[in-house]
Design a protein around this ligand. Structure first.
Ligand code: GH3
Ligand code: MG
Ligand code: MG
Ligand code: MG
Length: 319
């Protein structure tokens, strides 16, 4: 049957070509100091099915960015005190706002200004005369381009077979979780799980059955953890859990929950149940040691523990 997938990693199922314009994000922050101009553009954007939030200056705009979380910013190049170029510089200099596409428009912009705006990271610069329909089409195009990047980024972090995070995302996130635990004075644990005799499952029941076992084991793992835990497919039949704020006892409980869930899986191939078990290695670091230890060393400890679990005869948790 279909495997329950787990967000936030398990997102885009859809092919990009299937992108429906109706599904595109549509929140536009409009930054325009002139009231009449603002009213006109707001109207046009709303007519183009955009959800519009307006600001008259940079300070209001910056507040709106964090509250409204726009999918695009449409700004007048000639803003009082700070120009639109300064706005682009600010937004692109901040990791949180950098991804938001910015389109500038103006009555007049010199070639130098347009070049600078684009080099600073603006998605587009539009000068008069322009038809409202064209401006809105450019807004849509920029939103679509950003949306596609988001889909690709999400997909690049997901293991296609299991829907879990992949190793790349794990390696990206582990140092951040580490830092978070250090700041909060909390422990961190890592589980490394490896399916037992998986090669012989493939050999006996076929590769497709092996894939199904992987999907089911992945789902079991995803269901054994907390929402704040990161579950990744680390390699072929190897899974890693990063559990922040989780000390050794809780980590062992989690490992055992997963191990037992795998052993309890009922996967039937041509009427024959496939026996599946997993071995798990657990390693934890207490808050006081987070300064000296490293993520790589902790992964190594989990791997060593896994090795001992295998040595013990498999279907076991070691620490
Ligand atoms: P051990 O108990 O010591 O872990 O033995 P094992 O057979 O599980 O370990 P080994 O590393 O020898 O074999 C792992 C197998 O996993 C070999 C490889 O073909 C298979 N494998 C890796 N990725 C996939 C996959 O995506 N799908 C399937 N069906 N098999 C895979
Ligand atoms: Mg192996
Ligand atoms: Mg194995
Ligand atoms: Mg292995």
């Amino acid at each position: 049957g279909p495997v329950p997938r787990r967000g936030p990693y398990a997102e885009p199922e859809r092919m990009m070509d299937d992108l429906d314009p109706v599904d595109l994000p549509r929140k536009v922050l409009l930054i325009e100091p002139c009231r009449d101009e603002q009213a006109w553009l707001r109207n046009e954007l709303a007519g183009g099915q955009m959800e519009v939030y307006t600001a008259a200056d940079l300070i209001t705009a910056r507040r709106a960015v964090s509250l409204f979380r726009p999918n695009l910013i449409l700004a007048q190049l000639r803003l009082p005190t700070h120009g639109g170029l300064e706005l682009v510089r600010l937004l692109k200099g901040d990791a949180e706002t950098r991804p938001i596409p910015v389109i500038l428009y103006a009555d007049l912009a010199t070639a130098d200004e347009r070049v600078l705006a684009l080099d600073l990271g603006a998605a587009d610069v539009v000068t008069r005369p322009f038809a409202a329909a064209e401006l809105i089409a450019r807004v849509r195009a920029a939103i679509r381009a950003r949306h596609l990047v988001e889909i690709l980024e999400a997909r690049a972090h997901i293991d296609a077979l299991t829907g879990l995070a992949n190793r790349g995302l794990l390696e990206d996130r582990l140092p951040r979780e580490w830092e978070g635990c250090r700041r909060r004075g909390q422990p961190l644990s890592i589980l490394m799980a490896d399916l037992d005799h998986f090669k012989s499952i493939n050999d006996t029941y076929g590769h497709a059955a092996g894939d199904e076992v992987l999907r089911r084991a992945a789902a079991a793992m995803a269901h054994s953890v907390r929402v704040s835990d990161l579950v990744a497919r680390y390699g072929g039949e190897e899974f890693v859990v990063v559990a922040p704020d989780c000390g050794p006892e809780t980590a062992i409980d989690l490992a055992e929950r997963f191990r037992l869930a795998v052993a309890a899986l009922r996967i039937v191939e041509h009427g024959v149940p496939i026996p599946v078990t997993a071995s798990v290695g657990v390693a934890s670091v207490v808050a006081d040691d987070l300064d000296d230890a490293t993520p790589a060393a902790l992964l190594k400890r989990a791997d060593d523990a896994l090795y001992h679990a295998k040595q013990s005869g498999r279907n076991a948790t070691y620490t």
